[in-house]
Design a protein around this ligand. Structure first.
Ligand code: AMP
Length: 280
């Protein structure tokens, strides 16, 4: 099958209308610069035989920092080549003007989990994320949508929105894909030079050791890990916190096998990287 490319809402809707009645749609929202992490989501959707729609949209509503938005990498031509190679059924490139026309003023706000972790440092970030994801759900009407565990808080909030708003979309979470050094794949890695990449790999090398550390209190474990990370060259840690995967609450004590997870955001050469790792 040829990959359909839609650049307008009208064109997208026309193409989706032509689908057979029982054809399930799998949606993979991305901001482009396609890498193996994105491809894992796509492969899963294809494996499940869904008509796979990939969207590429650097969503301005989720950027609190205009410089960060400007710097965000893009490689449209290469992305299309990759997506065609992986037999993606349809690629949708929404335009900011169509998603947020002049006078646009409706945003989703989740009130319990959006101001912690990344949300604490990126004001309105998750409101922007949930708004665009809801808009894409309403436009594409997918049976299922795929999101990476790399952005764990985002995945958590999307699941919550689907439940709270009875959206009836199946949300499928995909484990984080890493490079040979363990660094979580991210489009932002492209902004790092060799030295930056070398420092960035220390994130995973340190957080994965959490399994073997014997600390009674979460606060102490966090302090120890921060110290270790700083020693390995990661001086600009935005946050490092242990939270429960099921409710994002901060535990007082470290109890192994209790779905605890370490969450981190760190700047390397001015590039913001995030990761998380489950404590088994
Ligand atoms: P992004 O283009 O960074 O917005 O990511 C689009 C989707 O791909 C999101 O659901 C991300 O969580 C997911 N994703 C990004 N990087 C990875 C990765 N290394 N492993 C798994 N999923 C990822």
């Amino acid at each position: 099958m040829q990959t359909i490319i839609a650049r307008s809402l009208l064109n997208l809707k026309k193409n989706l209308k032509n689908l057979k009645k029982n054809q399930k749609v799998g949606l993979v929202p991305t901001m482009g610069c396609i890498h193996d992490g994105h491809l894992e989501l796509i492969k899963k959707s294809k494996k499940l035989k869904y008509f796979t729609v990939v969207t590429i949209f650097v969503n301005p509503a989720q950027f609190n920092n205009q410089n960060d938005l400007k710097k965000y990498p893009s490689q449209e031509k290469k992305d299309l080549e990759i997506l065609k190679k992986y037999d993606v059924d349809l690629v949708f490139f929404p335009k900011a003007k169509q998603m947020y026309p002049l006078g646009y003023s409706t945003y989703i706000k989740e009130i319990n989990f959006s101001d912690i972790l990344c949300g604490k440092y990126r004001k309105n970030h998750f409101s922007g994320v949930l708004t665009i994801v809801l808009k894409l759900f309403l436009i594409v009407k997918p049976y299922a949508a795929f999101f990476g565990e790399k952005d764990f808080q985002q995945l958590f909030l999307i699941k919550k929105m689907v439940k709270d708003l009875n959206l009836g979309v199946k949300i499928i979470g995909i484990p984080t894909v890493r490079d040979s050094n363990g660094l979580a794949l991210s489009s932002r890695n492209k902004l790092l030079n060799a030295k930056g990449l070398d420092i960035a790999k220390q994130i995973y090398l340190n957080i994965k050791k959490i399994q073997y550390l014997d600390y009674k209190y979460a606060k102490d474990l966090e302090l120890y890990l921060k110290k270790k990370l700083k020693k390995s060259g990661l001086n600009d840690i935005e946050y490092l916190e242990i939270r429960n995967s099921n409710n994002l609450l901060h535990p007082k004590k470290v109890v192994k096998g209790k779905t605890l997870r370490v969450f981190i955001a760190v700047y390397v050469d001015g590039v913001r990287l995030i990761d998380n790792y489950k404590l088994n």
